[in-house]
Design a protein around this ligand. Structure first.
Ligand SMILES: Nc1ncnc2c1ncn2[C@@H]1O[C@H](COP(=O)(O)OP(=O)(O)OP(=O)(O)O)[C@@H](O)[C@H]1O
Ligand SMILES: [Mg+2]
Length: 398
């Protein structure tokens, strides 16, 4: 009996030593192959610790998905804050994700909260928040490195105004003191081309470009992470290079880590204590680099329902594109299925436009003449079945 229980427990034990070390929120101790980019950032920001309030910096980081932009910025932030502390400089590193904080108000609120943690959630306009921020910077003699990560998400809406206001804070509201530095992070290598002339002139041409990782680079990144996340001898030979090979098509470290995590999960489900190449192949079939879990999870429930309507319309018809009319009908059925109140026609259109702008779906116009024209919707790179399966799972668990 006791033996059975022990064995039962033993079988349920995991090959993961610490799963959180594979999470996207974890910043690892070392970031192999990003030493130069990190050094460049540290050198750029060193003067703001040497001469706090005298000099500010604005830097743009660009590069494709999963190339370490967020991780390197965070690492630089930690190192700079440590150095500032040692010298008695009051430096705050504030990292804001503009995909999550979608409006100027939410972004400024986050920034204000990092200086005054007790600030209430509502009751202020963006302009008032900006003033509060400026006043408390003065009061506390604080310097700030503000990171606006995934800035693309607000750039076509109100982001330009925000960048404009923030870059002017130093000169206009703080009498020439320069305590606010900014790092903008974008996936778009051509980010500057999206900006208005008036903003462009405020941003110095300091652009640190991150390049996709090669298979060999991904291998060493994975090896370092394996030691942190798994018990010894739980990865069979060939697994790391197989994952690195698959992910090197995009040069995406996040995808590589997700494959590793999923492969580990499959091994765990089977009750084996080793990841084999077969687990990696299974993980690959179920994931797609274009859809990071975190990314879709961050959408609100209604957007997920619209996406589900799109994937269902595509899988049922087997076509590359589905007309928006059909999608809307499927969406209404899905809302019933999930007991949600469907949004209006106009609201659905609006969300479709947003989903298309952020690159999740593609829209096209077909037909000629005003009456013959209609919009069709497709998923350029994401297999509809994979996305449908993921969405169904997440919607059930919400
Ligand atoms: N050089 C590296 N060494 C170790 N881990 C890395 C490295 N580069 C990236 N990673 C890891 O890969 C994942 C993705 O990195 P990160 O989030 O920094 O990418 P990103 O460039 O910001 O991507 P996105 O544009 O999609 O936001 C993170 O879990 C990160 O810790
Ligand atoms: Mg990022």
């Amino acid at each position: 009996m006791e033996v059975d229980m022990l064995e039962g427990r033993f079988q349920r034990a995991s090959l993961f030593k610490d799963e959180s070390k594979l999470s996207v929120f974890y910043v690892p101790e070392s970031l192999p192959h990003r030493e130069n980019e990190l050094r460049q950032l540290l050198n750029t920001f060193k003067p703001i610790i040497d001469s706090p309030g005298i000099i500010n910096r604005i830097v743009l980081i660009t590069g494709p998905v999963g190339t370490g932009k967020t991780a390197v910025a965070k690492k630089a932030g930690m190192l700079l804050c440590d150095a500032a502390k040692r010298r008695g400089v009051n430096l705050n590193y504030v990292h804001i994700n503009c995909r999550r904080e979608k409006t100027n108000f939410l972004i400024l609120l986050q920034l204000a909260r990092s200086i005054i943690p007790s600030i209430p959630n509502r009751g202020y306009s963006p302009a008032e928040l900006l003033n509060i921020i400026v006043e408390s910077i003065k009061d506390k003699d604080a310097s700030i490195i503000l990171v606006l990560d995934e800035i693309d998400y607000v750039i076509n809406t109100s982001g330009e105004e925000l960048i404009y206001d923030l870059t002017r804070v130093n000169d206009e509201k703080l009498n020439g003191k320069q305590p606010l530095s900014i790092i903008l992070i974008s996936k778009n290598d051509n980010f500057q081309a999206m900006l208005d002339e008036s903003i462009l002139s405020l941003i110095p041409p300091l652009n640190i470009k991150f390049h996709p990782y090669t298979a060999l680079q991904l291998e060493s990144i994975l090896e370092a992470r394996v030691k942190e996340a798994f018990y010894p001898s739980t990865i069979s030979p060939g697994v790391i290079s197989l994952i690195a090979d698959i992910a090197s098509e995009w040069g995406d470290a996040r995808y590589a880590l997700e494959l590793l995590w999923r492969a580990g999960k499959y091994a765990e489900e089977e009750g084996v204590f080793k990841i084999f190449p077969e687990h990696v192949r299974k993980a690959r079939a179920d994931t797609c680099p274009e859809i990071s879990k975190e990314f879709i999870l961050s959408l609100d429930r209604n957007d997920k329902l619209i996406l589900l309507a799109i994937t269902r319309s595509l899988t049922r018809s087997g076509a590359a594109y589905a007309p928006i009319g059909l999608i809307e009908r499927v969406y209404r059925l899905i809302c019933e299925e999930y007991s949600e109140r469907p949004r209006s026609h106009t609201q659905i259109w609006e969300r479709v436009r947003v989903l298309s702008r952020i690159g999740l779906i593609t829209t096209r116009i077909t037909g000629k003449g005003a009456r013959g024209k209609s919009t069709i919707i497709g998923l350029e790179e994401i297999p509809a079945e994979v996305l449908e399966k993921e969405l169904t799972g997440w919607l059930k668990n919400e």
